[in-house]
Design a protein around this ligand. Structure first.
Ligand code: HEM
Length: 380
C-alpha cells in the first residue's frame, strides 16, 4: 500500500486532540499499526516500538535537516553522541544543581506568597528556559526568546504552514549565532556549556556554528518537553493529596515517582523513523522508505507490558518504561530533565503543606506534546 492510499485515522482530529491519551489507548487496541497522512505509520504497541528501537539499521533516523545527534544513523551518530554525552554527565549535573535550585526558589516565592497562580506560565516555562540559559551561560532574560521559540515550534509542528518552520529555524539560528559571537568576543571566564560547545570536537574537528545550532535546537525542544512533564507531574499530584504527602515526608521517593507518573501520562507524543527496507509489523506491510511514528504515550500504557497501566505504582521497574526512549537514541538530556523535575518537586513540596486545583478543567496541550497547557493552583 502506498503512503497516500488509505488513512486509518487522523491524529489531528479534534476528538483525538481533546484526549490524546485515551485516543492512543483506543488505537493501540483497535489498530496498533495505523496509517495517517500526517504521521505515516504510527506504532502503538510497546513490543513493536521496542523492536524498532533495537534495529537502527532497518529503522533509520536520517533527516534531510541537520539535526545533531537525533537526525543521524550509526556510525556517525555514535561519534557525535559520544562528544555530546559529556554535557550531561554527573559532574556537569552536580555543577548546575545549585543554580537550578535557586531559579526554582526565586520563581516559587511569589507563587507561594500569592497562594494562587497559573503554574505553567508562572513556573514551568520560565524555570525550564532559565535553566537552559544558565547551563549555556547566556543572559537569563533570553529565556523568553527560547521559550517563545519552542512554543511556536510546537504550534508549527501541527499547522505545518509552509514557510513557518523555516522562518522559526532562521530565527533560532540567529539567536544562537549572536550568543556564540558574544561568547567569542568576551568569554565569561566561567566554563559554561557554550564555551565547551565552541571547543567540542568530533573526529578531531571542531563543531561549526551551524552544527552548534543543530545541537541546541534539540536542547531547546527538550526543555519544551520538560515544561509538559512538569505540568503532568503537578496535575497528578494536585489530584492525589496522599501521594503529595508521601513525597513531602520522604523526598527520596521523588525520582521514582517522576518516572512512574510520566510513564502513565507522557509529555512527548511521538518520534519518527524511516524504513530502509520493506518490513512487516503487526501483519501490515510497510514499504522501503515508509515513515513511522513511535507513539510513546501508547507504548508506556500498554497492558501487555504494564499490569494495570493506569495505576501509579512507584515501585514498578522503570527499565520497562520508554519515557526516554531506549537504544542508541535514548534521550541524551534525560539527566538534565530528571534533575530539573526533581528539584522543582522538592522545592514546591517543601514550601507548601498542600496544593490543589483552583479551577476544575485544566486546558490541555496537544501534539507534539501532551499535558496541561494551563494549570491554576491553590497553594497552602
Ligand atoms: C521530560 C523531558 C523529556 C522527555 C520525556 C524526553 C524524551 C525523549 C525521547 C523519548 C527521546 C528518544 C527519541 C527517539 O528515539 O527518536 C529523546 C531523545 C533526545 N532528547 Fe529528550 N526528552 C526530554 C527532555 C530533553 C532535554 C531537556 C534535552 C536536552 C537538553 C533532550 C535532548 C534529547 C536529545 C539530544 C535526543 C536525541 C538523542 C539521540 O538521537 O541520540 N531531551 N528524548
Amino acid at each position: 500500500m502506498s503512503e497516500s492510499q488509505h488513512a486509518d485515522w487522523n491524529p489531528l482530529d479534534p476528538l483525538i486532540l481533546q484526549d490524546q491519551r485515551g485516543a492512543y489507548d483506543e488505537m493501540r487496541e483497535r489498530c496498533p499499526v495505523a496509517h495517517s497522512e500526517f504521521m505515516g505509520w504510527s506504532l502503538f504497541r510497546h513490543e513493536d516500538i521496542a523492536a524498532v528501537l533495537d534495529d537502527p539499521e532497518t529503522y533509520s533516523n536520517a533527516s534531510r535537516f541537520l539535526a545533531i545527534p537525533n537526525g543521524m544513523d550509526p556510525p556517525v551518530h555514535g561519534r557525535y553522541r559520544e562528544t555530546l554525552d559529556a554535557f550531561f554527565d554527573q559532574e556537569q549535573m552536580a555543577g548546575i544543581e545549585p543554580r537550578v535550585r535557586e531559579i526554582a526558589a526565586n520563581l516559587l516565592a511569589p507563587l507561594c506568597a500569592g497562594k494562587e497562580g497559573e503554574f505553567i506560565d508562572a513556573f514551568a516555562t520560565p524555570f525550564a528556559f532559565r535553566t537552559l540559559c544558565a547551563l549555556l551561560g547566556w543572559p537569563e532574560q533570553l529565556w523568553e526568546c527560547l521559550g517563545g521559540w519552542a512554543h511556536d515550534n510546537q504550534v508549527a509542528a501541527v499547522s505545518r504552514t509552509p514557510g513557518v518552520g523555516k522562518a522559526l529555524a532562521s530565527l533560532f539560528s540567529e539567536h544562537v549565532k549572536a550568543n556564540l559571537t558574544s561568547h567569542r568576543a568576551s568569554p565569561s571566564g566561567v566554563d559554561d556549556a557554550t564555551d565547551a560547545l565552541l571547543r567540542a570536537e568530533v573526529d578531531g574537528v571542531r563543531l561549526d556554528d551551524d552544527q552548534i545550532v543543530a545541537v541546541l535546537r534539540n536542547w531547546a525542544a527538550g526543555q519544551g518537553t520538560v515544561v509538559a512533564g512538569l505540568g503532568i507531574l503537578i496535575l497528578h499530584l494536585a489530584r492525589e493529596p496522599e501521594l503529595q504527602e508521601r513525597l513531602r515526608s520522604d523526598p527520596s521517593l521523588i525520582p521514582a515517582s517522576i518516572e512512574e507518573i510520566l510513564r502513565r501520562d507522557g509529555p512527548l507524543v511521538a518520534n519518527p523513523r524511516t524504513t530502509t527496507r520493506e518490513v512487516e509489523i503487526g501483519g501490515r506491510t510497510i514499504p522501503k522508505g515508509g515513515k513511522l511514528a513511535l507513539m510513546w504515550i501508547a507504548a508506556n500504557r500498554d497492558p501487555r507490558a504494564f499490569e494495570d497501566p493506569d495505576a501509579v505504582r512507584i515501585e514498578r521497574n522503570p527499565e520497562a518504561g520508554m519515557v526516554w526512549g531506549r537504544g542508541i537514541h535514548v534521550c541524551q538530556g534525560a539527566p538534565l530533565a530528571r534533575l530539573e523535575m526533581r528539584i522543582a518537586l522538592e522545592e514546591l513540596l517543601a514550601r507548601t503543606k498542600r496544593f490543589e486545583f483552583a479551577d476544575d478543567t485544566p486546558r490541555r496541550a496537544v501534539y507534539p506534546v501532551n499535558g496541561p497547557a494551563t494549570l491554576f493552583l491553590r497553594l497552602g
